[in-house]
Ligand binder design. Sequence first.
Ligand SMILES: Cc1cc2nc3c(=O)[nH]c(=O)nc-3n(C[C@H](O)[C@H](O)[C@H](O)COP(=O)(O)OP(=O)(O)OC[C@H]3O[C@@H](n4cnc5c(N)ncnc54)[C@H](O)[C@@H]3O)c2cc1C
Length: 414
Amino acid sequence: MERVLIVGNGYAGSRAAEVLGALEGFEVLHVSDEAYPAYCRHLLPGLAAGERAPEDLFLPRGNGCGQGAGARSGIAVSRLFPKARRALLSNGEEISFDHALIATGARVFVPSSLRHIFGRCGNVIAMRQMREALSLRRILERGNRRVAIIGAGRIGVLLAEALKRAGVSISLIDIAPEILPTMLHDGVAARLRTHLEAEGDLSVLAGRSVASAEMEGETVRALHLSDGTDVPCDAVVLATGVVPNTEFLEGEGPDRTDGLPVDARMETSAPGIYAAGDVIRFQTVTGKSAPGQLILNAHLQAEVAARNIAGERATCPPLFIGNVVKIGPVIGAVAGEVDGSGTEDYRVGGSFLRITLEEDGMTGFQFVGLPEDLRGLVPGVLKRFEATWVRQALAVSGGPGFSPWVFAGAGAWA
Ligand SMILES: Cc1cc2nc3c(=O)[nH]c(=O)nc-3n(C[C@H](O)[C@H](O)[C@H](O)COP(=O)(O)OP(=O)(O)OC[C@H]3O[C@@H](n4cnc5c(N)ncnc54)[C@H](O)[C@@H]3O)c2cc1C
């Protein structure tokens, strides 16, 4: 019987437990510092806003939810010694293993200027774990309805949108000049911001940082911004990016912000120690390396790691990077590489499209509009459609507009 330690019970850890749990000859020890069974992290904004109950988020049983014989919830791996193949748990227990999967995801990055309030003030919360979403929900349920969200990246925007639906008053603060600064170009993001601000009580305070926090005991009552704006608030949510959870690994510093490197088999530099999900850096289809942060990628990487632990020779193909944010009926989407040498803007149906062209091929796009107009665009990036074809398609659609059916594979594309 070979013993496998899985650290973390998110999408990656639960998928690996599922694959290995179905095989003979493996004893799986699944350790998770969260007290809950595996759940859908992307639904946390809806939980905080009161739209969903905690049990709506739990992954179905039998899905490797960390509830098998070897599951330990609410216990962290405090130290892992890859060479010795031993781990120390937060309850003092020491365990040995033959193989390990590091599936510890990431935690919210707390900028040094905010460290004095995070962890000290009860109304300053991150948005990464179920307990944090539930804390925000409790504050809102007490009738405190003003929330300042620091960070207008994907998590900040998704949370703002969910809270807006619940009638909460939101100030969305970011030092960058526009929302979604790491996802969309400013001009594209501005189109999506219009939809975000369209209804409800939501102000985007971009291009400003938090200068100081006004406290009453251990509660933040207002934030003072760098341009002199005062933001009175009942809760502050940090959505300031993430850092991978690697500090418990012997030989890893606390600030490996770029993720654990792995090979195509998901094995780290330590033989027998694999890693998957948000904790790693992986190879993209365009030959770059990127941090995790996508559910489907975590799932696939964990499956590959588990199969290798089981003795197969499985490899993970280079993965695609894409992201979507939904604001009411409109989505903002990005796929592939968007920082190439040339960009061109088009109208697709009623939607806005910016494509990136590199060496006469389409390497990526940014999109703001209705989901139906997105049809065929992802294959366009994956297959790296030629720029001349893209322009021909424009001509076919008769002007500054792109026919979705062209991307869908009809006409000139067939
Ligand atoms: C609000 C929100 C919305 C999102 N929306 C989307 C979306 O729409 N689409 C998408 O693709 N992705 C989305 N993501 C990202 C997605 O959730 C992550 O890519 C995914 O959770 C990664 O899975 P993982 O298993 O690698 O890590 P995680 O899900 O983070 O799980 C890691 C687990 O390991 C635990 N852990 C950490 N350290 C230890 C330790 N030392 N010992 C024991 N346990 C430990 C953590 O507490 C956690 O439970 C969203 C994320 C958030 C927070």
